[in-house]
Design a binder for this molecule. Structure first.
Ligand SMILES: Cc1cc2nc3c(=O)[nH]c(=O)nc-3n(C[C@H](O)[C@H](O)[C@H](O)COP(=O)(O)OP(=O)(O)OC[C@H]3O[C@@H](n4cnc5c(N)ncnc54)[C@H](O)[C@@H]3O)c2cc1C
Length: 347
């Protein structure tokens, strides 16, 4: 049973300013990018309401306590059988129907690939303006003033969203999640939308399970390889170093294009944007499209045979040398340094 239900012309929030936040979940947990969007939304409107798109209201119910703790007063469980599997057209149309019903002040979504895609479809259906990749959003009278990334993040643009309903996505890692007293309870309202079956045009064909261990987007250390690694087998020593540092392996587009690594490992404009404590770039030149994916790292170490390589020039530390030779020496030294403690524990 829902705590509340509204149909296609139901209103949710009287004359209060309401900001909707599109929720991306990681299983039964609210993902970090959604929590960042909630942090921003709390500054934009008197009431923050969450949107969960799914076949039924179960996911919204499971997420409601965590969302209440983030200050969410109401969770809209937007339901339709077509929402059982992700498809951008159906998800975008469902969000558009909710927007028309609720008429919020605005909608903020995580600027992930999926968040951007859903919002682009919703914007097209509702004919509302959308600002993607925002790094800052503020209320400016009846409008929102935003600063957003352009050209993969090498340029920032100031813009104003003046539509009756403002649509924005927040660039990953643009803001830190801020603590909030939270609410004790979030009302779950079911919004049964009416989706045309032809909206199921794009469907999930295959799922690639994430590898064991830390993920690329949250790893504190990322050991990344490019053309200079030489081959798929050449990544073995990067795996060894990442494992010893509790990190993840990333790569450049050359490595994915050559079939050395899966696309899920790619760092950059058309890959994942990361902000680890340490980024170790091995045999990567530092093309702009790669740089925008790693520039938010707190420290960068470049290992390259070319002292003039762009990434070497921009890195905090650089080792000039062959990637296999340098990394083998580092891994061996780490093992040697740890040996006495291990031997002591074993004896
Ligand atoms: C629209 C678009 C989107 C793109 N998106 C991305 C993206 O998301 N991510 C991305 O990475 N790229 C992306 N690219 C591609 C990007 O422009 C570069 O081509 C790519 O990043 C280069 O990869 P690389 O540094 O591995 O290779 P290269 O540029 O060829 O550099 C190889 C480096 O390895 C060094 N090297 C060679 N041998 C050794 C050795 N034995 N030891 C140590 N160092 C060695 C060389 O000195 C050189 O610096 C995109 C391009 C376009 C047009």
């Amino acid at each position: 049973m829902s705590d509340a239900t509204h149909g296609s012309n139901g209103q949710s929030g009287a004359s209060q300013t309401v900001c909707l936040v599109l929720v991306e979940a990681d299983g039964d947990a609210v993902c970090e990018a959604t929590r960042q969007a909630l942090t921003v939304a709390r500054e934009l409107a008197g009431t923050v309401e969450a949107v969960v798109l799914a076949a039924d209201e179960e996911l919204a119910r499971r997420l409601a306590p965590a969302l209440a703790a983030e200050g969410v007063a109401r969770v809209h469980a937007v339901t339709d059988p077509l929402l059982a599997e992700y498809g951008p057209e159906a998800f975008g149309a469902a969000l558009a129907q909710l927007i028309r019903s609720v008429e919020p002040t605005g909608v903020v979504a995580p600027g992930t690939a999926r968040g951007n895609e859903i919002m682009a479809h919703a914007a097209a259906v509702t004919e509302l303006s959308l600002a993607t990749g925002c790094v800052a959003i503020a209320v400016d009278g009846d409008a929102w003033s935003v600063t957003r990334q352009r050209w993969g993040g090498v340029l920032w643009e100031d813009a104003t969203l003046a539509a009756s309903v403002k649509l924005a996505t927040l660039a990953p890692h643009a803001v830190a999640v801020q603590p909030t007293p939270g609410l004790e309870h979030a009302t779950v309202s079911t919004f049964a939308c009416d989706l045309d079956p032809t909206l199921a045009r794009t469907q999930v064909a295959q799922r690639t399970p994430l590898g064991a261990g830390v993920t690329l987007s949250t790893a504190p250390v990322v050991v990344s390889g490019g053309r200079g690694v030489g081959s798929a087998e050449g990544f073995a020593v990067l795996e060894e170093l990442a494992e010893r540092l509790g990190g993840a392996v990333g790569c450049s587009r050359v490595a994915t294009n050559n079939g050395w690594r899966p696309h899920a490992d790619q760092v950059g404009q058309t890959g994942t944007r990361i902000a680890p404590n340490l980024y170790i770039a091995c045999g990567i030149s530092g093309a702009t499209q790669h740089w925008v994916g790693c520039k938010d790292a707190q420290r960068i170490l470049a290992i390259n045979t070319d002292p003039e390589a762009s990434l070497v020039q921009r890195a905090d530390y650089a080792v000039i040398g062959d990637v296999q030779t340098v990394l083998r020496a580092v891994v061996d030294e780490l093992d040697r340094a740890r040996q006495p403690a291990d031997a002591g524990a074993g004896g």
